[in-house]
Design a protein. Structure first.
Length: 161
């Protein structure tokens, strides 16, 4: 179906140069595993289909290592395997302990702290605007992270520090 002109290794993936492919970049690049699977199936992949690497090696594009699944199912598989990362935090303003998904905190976002509520965040931001980052505020922000843990799909949690 698709004739691969050349395979190029870029980052975590291999790309095939297939200039006539409808999803090719302006330079003709398409993810090699998608081309391999489309050739195997004899059709284009649907927009909601993802090619999963069974052994986890993103450069192993043998058809035996590839599997087509829906994007939602693919995300669920990887999420269940890795577990959901959560953190326990202490609000720098009111000192209340609360938990958040790790990806919704200062550990991933570029903010200097994460508060328990929008009102606490607003109060702390206003205080910093008026008084600057005092030693007291600096200490409260540095004490923000209490613990990190993984919540597995069945909602059990295990400490990982």
């Amino acid at each position: 179906m698709w004739k691969i002109e050349k395979v190029v290794s870029k980052g975590d993936y291999n790309y095939a140069i297939v200039k006539e492919h409808p999803k090719a970049t302006k330079n003709g690049y398409v993810l090699e595993h998608r081309i391999v699977m489309e050739n195997h199936l004899g059709r284009l992949l649907n927009p909601n289909e993802v090619v999963h690497h069974k052994n986890g090696n993103k450069k192993d594009n043998k058809v035996e290592n590839l599997e087509v699944c829906e994007a939602k199912e693919h995300a669920k598989r990887h999420g269940l395997k890795q577990g959901r990362q959560w953190v326990s935090l202490k609000c720098p303003w009111c000192k209340k302990i609360f938990i958040r998904p790790r990806n919704k905190t200062f550990l991933v976002k570029p903010d200097k702290y994460t508060s328990c509520s929008p009102s606490c965040r607003g109060r702390l931001s206003r205080y910093i605007q008026l008084h600057g980052i005092t030693a007291e505020v600096e200490q409260a922000i540095s004490e923000n992270l209490v613990a990190e843990f993984t919540k597995i799909a069945d909602d059990n949690s295990e400490e990982t520090d």
